[in-house]
Design a protein around this ligand. Structure first.
Ligand SMILES: CCCCCCCCCC(=O)SCCNC(=O)CCNC(=O)[C@H](O)C(C)(C)COP(=O)(O)OP(=O)(O)OC[C@H]1O[C@@H](n2cnc3c(N)ncnc32)[C@H](O)[C@@H]1OP(=O)(O)O
Length: 198
């Protein structure tokens, strides 16, 4: 994505608070479905409702540049349901600091957040920082270490820093904390795109 709007949307316009509410409801549905063991009639009923929901949106499908999801910096996780709800409290061109809460949708097992969900968070944090005020770069590698389980339904702190820049290469680090406990961290290399690279 190239354009991310930090301006809260206007009620009654596309991207207004109604859109944020829809994304929030989707997150609630994702967690509810993941955590439920409904009887077949309820699964059938909910499935039909969701098919109706998809049908209601179908006339409004747009290209990547026009979609709202992922482009709303005023919403947690940019309004992109793939991302856990992430709030950025501090940001400049050298560091980011935010809060994130994983829920039942992000469950790996035995109460712990899925390692892949944590990696999505780290790629987002490092991607945002690598691209802050700089020419566009993409992830070359992301090396993640899991030090202890990352709990669900707990507000966690996440911090990213630029370690060094060498020509096109941007080396960054990210760390996730439950209180004072480090649960996971990562080192990533982002490479600035050459003209013509997608
Ligand atoms: C506003 C935006 C908000 C964004 C938020 C969301 C962020 C999400 C970020 C992403 O997820 S991006 C999607 C995932 N990544 C990709 O799809 C990238 C796919 N790969 C590519 O497109 C290319 O491989 C890439 C542009 C990253 C680099 O390709 P190049 O062929 O131009 O670079 P090359 O592989 O030659 O490496 C460039 C430099 O890095 C070095 N390098 C490569 N791999 C390395 C490695 N493993 N370790 C150390 N150095 C390495 C390499 O030696 C070289 O060093 P020098 O410049 O000094 O010669």
């Amino acid at each position: 994505m190239d354009q991310i709007s930090a301006t809260p949307g206007v009620a009654g316009q596309p991207g207004g608070p109604e859109f944020g509410r829809m994304i929030e409801a989707l997150r609630t549905v994702q967690a509810a479905i993941t955590g439920a063991a409904p009887p077949p009639e309820v699964s059938a009923e909910v499935g039909a409702i969701l098919e109706t929901v998809a049908g209601a949106l179908e006339p409004y499908l747009v290209g990547e540049d026009e979609q709202l999801s992922g482009h709303r910096d005023d919403l947690p996780g940019r309004g992109q349901p793939l991302l856990p709800p992430l709030w950025l409290d501090e940001r400049d061109e050298t560091h980011l600091r935010g809060r994130v809460t994983f829920d039942r949708f992000h469950l790996g097992g035995n109460g712990a957040a899925h390692g892949g969900a944590i990696t999505v968070l780290f790629d987002e944090m490092l991607g945002r920082l690598a691209n802050a005020g700089r020419n566009r770069a993409r992830t070359k590698y992301l090396q993640v270490e899991y030090h202890r389980i990352t709990p669900l339904d707990t507000e966690l702190r996440v911090e990213a820093k630029i370690a060094r820049v060498e020509g096109r290469k941007r080396f960054l680090t990210c760390a996730l904390y439950d209180g004072e406990h480090l649960t996971a961290d990562a080192e990533g290399l982002f490479v600035e795109l050459l003209p013509g690279q997608p």
